[in-house]
Design a protein around this ligand. Structure first.
Ligand code: HAM
Length: 422
């Protein structure tokens, strides 16, 4: 009996035309950082498990529940990357990129993996575009990453993306806040998981989105009341640069996000049209991460934008999805010799920069339908008898007008009509 295979739970296949839309969205999300001089990096899809345990943090859901970890045949403990910041920092440290002048500005795109409970907008295999500015604690870098991300959403036509920001402070502010929060949380009736979090990393409890917990947390102390002078100055500088750039934002003093490496600036882009999984992107500063993974001190800041959720947000706003390229010319051969000759013509057109395709192995009616469906502007209609006469028909598919031409003129005439000559 033959087995029926399906894409694994929590994953999906991207098919045309949505596949084309996703390619265009990825391009649009990365265009602002590319224009701003960020260099492209690619790191492996799997890394040493310990990189994420240490980098992302042992108290996070990502590390405790969501990693795709495995032992390789050679006995290495590896994990499919659940996020991109720790791998990029690992690469920067490994290759000593920080010796070539700071800051280092990098961007990346690709697949990420988290064993989450699948639902709309939450997948086990998803796609991000990310950017990092490494080796500076200047608040300009924080503001720059936020502005570039917002510009990307706007370039796609999205109007419903809201920016939430917070500061988690540095080591100067955090201990006092942590202890005040711990005292508050110990007074609440918590489940076992949260009781553990209180001792391990009490800020994690703030990320519990269940309504009863959000209610219980309503009067919890907020970090912004505990910021040391330097942290407050940094935060205020970022906020005023955002305002100067014309961005509106909401201060969200309980925003913590799901990764442990954050210090100071923290931000999230949310979209109302997405339901529970409302974050279309997020980021923040991670001044201690490079040291945590064995490198020198390299303060940094960056973001990752969810490609899949950006597509959902565009659909929720009823935006026209970007379409893939269409062919300009479609050849319709009638007969065996015509098929061979058409293939040669199409090849010649393609090699000179004209997007072209041809019908193969079907009758005239099916071939004409395929030509219409292709979205091409011109069809080349070629029969075996035309070849004997040394001619071809060029049909304008918008008007139905048809013209007979010497076969040897077809490529030049189409290039002229499509203005490929000038
Ligand atoms: P993150 O908030 O975990 O941050 O992920 C960024 C974005 O990826 C989310 O806002 C969301 O749009 C998308 N995303 C995350 N998980 C899923 C999922 N299961 N299904 C679909 N989309 C998802 C990071 O990953 C950090 N590395 C961002 C960063 C860069 N921070 C500093 N630099």
């Amino acid at each position: 009996m033959s087995q029926e295979f399906r894409a694994p739970r929590g994953t999906f296949d991207l098919l045309p035309p949505r596949g084309e839309a996703v390619l265009a969205i990825r391009d649009a999300l990365s265009a602002p950082v590319r224009r701003a001089g960020y260099g492209y990096v690619e790191t492996p899809i799997f890394e040493d498990t310990a990189l994420f345990e240490r980098g992302v943090g042992e108290s996070t859901d990502v590390v405790t529940k969501e990693m795709y970890s495995f032992s390789s045949r050679g006995g290495d403990e590896l994990t499919l990357r659940p996020e991109g910041t720790a791998p990029v920092l690992r690469a920067v440290v490994e290759h000593g990129l920080y010796r070539q002048g700071l800051p280092i500005k990098l961007w990346y795109a690709g697949s990420y993996f988290r064993y989450e409970r699948p639902q709309r907008g939450r997948y086990r295999h998803f796609s991000q575009v990310g950017a990092e500015v490494i080796g500076t604690d200047d608040p300009t870098a924080d503001a720059e990453t936020i502005v570039l991300a917002m510009d990307a959403y706007q370039a796609l036509g999205l109007t419903g993306v809201r920016l939430l920001i917070n500061s988690l402070g540095s080591d100067e502010s955090r201990p006092a806040y942590r202890s005040a929060l711990r005292t508050y949380l110990r007074g609440l009736d918590l489940d076992d998981d949260n009781r553990q979090r209180v001792e391990l990393n009490p800020l994690r409890v703030l990320d519990d989105k269940r309504p009863e917990m959000q209610k219980a947390l309503h009067d919890a102390p907020v970090i912004t009341d505990f910021l040391a002078a330097d942290d407050r100055a940094h935060h205020d500088a970022v906020r005023s640069m955002l305002a100067d750039a014309g961005l509106s934002f909401t201060d969200e003093p309980r925003l913590v996000r799901g990764l442990d490496y954050y210090t100071r600036t923290l931000y999230e882009f949310v979209h109302e049209g997405l339901g529970a999984q409302s974050a279309v992107g997020g980021g923040g500063r991670y001044d201690g991460l490079a040291e945590i993974i064995g490198g020198p001190r390299l303060p940094g800041v960056g973001f990752a934008l969810g490609v899949d959720r950006t597509l959902l947000a565009m659909e929720a706003e009823g935006l026209q999805l970007p379409a893939g390229p269409r062919v300009e010319v479609f050849a319709v051969p009638i007969g065996v010799d015509a098929a061979r000759r058409s293939f040669a013509l199409v090849t010649q057109l393609r090699r000179t920069g004209v997007a072209a395709d041809l019908a193969t192995g079907r009758g005239l009616k099916g071939a004409m339908k395929a030509a219409d469906r292709s979205g091409a502007t011109y069809a080349i209609v070629l029969g075996d008898r035309d070849i004997v006469a040394g001619v071809a028909q060029i049909r304008d598919l918008r008007t139905g007008e048809q013209q007979q031409l010497p076969l040897s003129d077809v490529v030049a005439e189409l290039r002229r009509r499509l203005r490929k000559d000038g």
